[in-house]
Design a protein around this ligand. Structure first.
Ligand code: 5AD
Length: 360
């Protein structure tokens, strides 16, 4: 089989066996995924400046540090001005896009705030900056409103595609139901977004079959982008109790890299992010992911004084460098592994173009 067409129809059994691979098979896997990546998306890495808008959240997910029941969290919300100046920084630095991430809220005020950010962002950058939203489950109406105001991408992780496992990670009420999550993802696609999803890797109770199913789920959903990374326990969450059955962190990292490689083989033309949680385990975790399949990086550009409060999991990387130094550092690191930053490009998902015929 040629490298271009090879192994895109991996079976569940084949995926499971790659997830359990020994070192030699792992090398082959990484070689194949890196080659496919090169052929389909090249060696450009696109930047999404990550803006952590607010850690105020209505959800109570058992794994997440900013769940509403965690009273130890100092809650914050960026002002409109802070968001705009962060956005302008990203634009000036040549970032093709930003990702606005927030705890989930559904109040009309929240919906309006996002809407205003979107419209002003388009105005001040002359439509040049791409915007990904990651603001959880919303009504179809809200998704449509935000899309019309200029958000072209939306990232909503399924967290786990196994309904049973999803049930163990979330409270048993409608607000946290698996069905509601799936319907939200479908609504995003129907609305016209470049749609992204993802999962956590190495969760308690999770099997390699669950992970293989996650990959097939993404393929079947025909998503345009993916952000997935290792689960990292957080002391102030219910899932902390189950930490004794977790894989060691370095194995969760390896499993995550294999997941990224396998996804690149299954879906060679999508955008795959090297997520922050990879870096939380190993300083160069993201670079490793870039080498074997990822093509998107999300440097955190949230105003520094808020960053510690957006604390989803332990060891969240907090850099001592400022954002500009961080960018220089990234550039150097990427160059060292034969990649370069795709400045001034939105870096749309090639999959989306093929799927819809639309540029964005
Ligand atoms: N470990 C890793 N990722 C986490 N997230 C939330 N909590 C954790 C954790 N403990 C991820 C979820 C969510 C995203 C915003 O952060 O996948 O969708």
């Amino acid at each position: 089989m040629s490298e271009m067409t090879g192994h895109r129809e991996l079976s569940l059994e084949q995926i499971v066996s790659f997830l359990k691979a020994d070192r030699q098979e792992e090398n082959e896997l990484f070689h194949r995924s890196a080659t496919l990546k090169q052929a389909y998306v090249g060696n450009n890495v696109y930047l999404r400046g990550l803006i952590e808008l607010s850690n105020i959240c209505e959800k109570d997910c058992y794994y997440c540090g900013i769940r509403c029941s965690n009273r130890q969290v100092h809650r914050y919300r960026l002002t409109h001005e802070e968001v705009m100046s962060t956005l302008l920084f990203a634009h000036e630095k040549g970032f093709g896009s930003v990702a606005i991430q927030s705890g989930e809220r559904s109040s009309p005020t929240f919906v309006r705030q996002i809407d205003k950010i979107l419209r002003d962002a388009k105005k001040v950058t002359g439509g040049e900056i791409g915007i990904t939203l990651s603001c959880g489950e919303q009504t179809k109406e809200t998704y449509r409103r935000w899309f019309e105001s200029g958000a072209e991408r939306y990232l909503l992780r399924i967290e786990s595609s196994s309904e049973k496992l999803y049930g163990k990670l979330h409270p048993a009420d409608e607000k946290h139901s698996y069905g509601r999550r799936i319907r939200a993802l479908e609504a995003l696609k129907e609305t016209g977004y470049q749609t992204g999803t993802g999962v956590m890797i190495g969760l308690p109770f999770q099997t390699v079959v669950d992970l293989a199913d996650d990959l097939l789920f993404m393929k079947q959903m025909d998503i345009d982008m993916c952000g997935m990374g290792p689960y990292i326990e957080h002391a102030a969450t219910p899932l902390w109790e189950d930490r004794h059955q977790l894989l060691p962190l370095n194995e969760r990292l390896r499993l995550s890299l294999r997941m990224i490689a396998l996804l690149r083989i299954l879906m060679p033309d999508i955008n795959i992010a090297a997520t922050t949680a990879l870096q939380a385990i190993e300083k160069e975790g993201r670079e490793k992911a870039i080498r074997i399949g990822a093509n998107v990086l999300m440097p955190n550009i949230t105003p520094a004084r808020y960053r510690d409060d957006y604390f989803l999991y332990e060891n969240k990387p907090l850099t001592a460098r400022n954002d500009e130094e961080e960018l220089d550092y990234l550039e150097e690191r990427l160059q060292a592994i034969g990649h370069r930053i795709g400045y001034h490009h939105k870096g749309n998902s090639p999959r989306y173009k093929k799927r819809t015929g639309r540029e964005q």
